[in-house]
Design a protein around this ligand. Sequence first.
Ligand code: SF4
Length: 507
Amino acid sequence: MNENERIKQEKNPLDVWEDLVRYSKSGFESIDPDDFLRMRWYGLYQQKPNDGHFMLRIKVPSGDLSTEQLRTVADVTRLYARGITDITTRQNFQFHWLTIQDVPDILNRFAQVGISASGACGDIPRNVTGCPVAGIDPNEVFDARPEAEIIHQMFLDNREYSDLPRKFKTTVAGCGQHCSQPEINDIGATAVRRIRANGEVEEGFQIRVGGGLSARPFFAKRLNMFVPKDRLPSVFHAIVTIFRDHGNRENRKAARLKFLVNEWGIERFEEEVRSRLDWRPDFADDWPEPRKNFRDHVGIHAQKQEGLSWIGATVLSGRLNDSQVYEAARIADEFGGGNIRTTNQQNLIFPDIPNARVEAAAKALEAAGLQVNVSPIRRAAVACTGNEFCNLALTETKRLIVEIVEHVEGAVAINEPIRINLNGCPNSCGQHHIGDIGLQGCLVKQGPGKPPVDGYDISLGGRLGADSKFVRPIRRKVPATEVKHAIANLLNGYVEQREDEDDFADF
Ligand code: SF4
């Protein structure tokens, strides 16, 4: 049994809440070292350099939140987090610089507006992600937020699922473009329709299992079943409990569901899922895979609701200051319907804006530094937390992605969206395996007597959907200061050589 398993067995991490309240009075020094691990179940990590500060992650199911909730995000950012918050690639918000004294107050503030951090980190189902334009996209199969909410509630504070071998990532989405990336989730449920024998159309889900990135990436595999909407919780329950009962608890590096699916094979895994259901799923149809590799929602787009549009605004590096968060809430109230969405590309969506007011709303967003009209490089750039706060990081990331984007925008004339995904270590929170350009942090030796410097392995050609593939490395250990030049040279070469029908992922 590994050390994490011992700590989980001695006390269920969800039971650390009362200790947390006690520590908020007795101080950081009084914290039992084992409880640092358990606190992750409430979204709390020690922040580098482990000197008394914490990072907190809160969950935003389907990336969908009200402006009242967003103002609470702004309040916490301003009052406790030194004025910054980060949008993550799982549609969450993260805060830094928190102290244990403030944690109960912060979590209570969030609870009052219906936001939870329970299950945001730890060996437990994480935030249920979804399509950030659910309910407004004219091309969606159906709005899957109700089903995502049911799954979110099923997992929340539920001890049946709170001691898994490792973290567990899920998505439930109605988007035909699969923008919530089901291919890289432990469970990816995507909306489909089928025609019944009597000619009626039935809506339901296709299920993928065992996707994930980190050091050994796997794409999820499809189960051969059609899952009606109301049966989705039973299928999620079956899959999560298979993982709970059979996942590897000896070696954390082999503990994700992807390893179990790979070891058993998808046929045996599906047999086990079916054996745990008290109903018999029909087999899947041959639903097509989306071919479009680029899945963001930035810019101004007509909604399915007549006369309304959404605006997708870019948050380069995912980092916002408190004034921007307040301003985002104000703009969503003044121009939209009091609702805002986060995306897995670390951007924001402002729905329900009357067409007549959309230009004024876009102007207000631009004035707040939330750019709407942006280059194809800027809109899709993603960066993980990096060594500013993350204990696992090798390199800095948030400043570097800004530097890279600004340089490439000035040096390359390209109108094709290019996704740059940057990580500070092999763990792939910034998803470098699936970027058009993937950057993985490393340290580069400088010769005898000199300290190593930040560097990056550069890879190319990741894509999801039909013909999905992970990146292939092209250059190792490029010093961070040279990465922007290397990318600009690469893209200029592509622009010069490409034919009309070329796609960067095939370059
Ligand atoms: Fe930290 Fe590595 Fe994840 Fe970046 S990819 S946030 S450096 S663990």
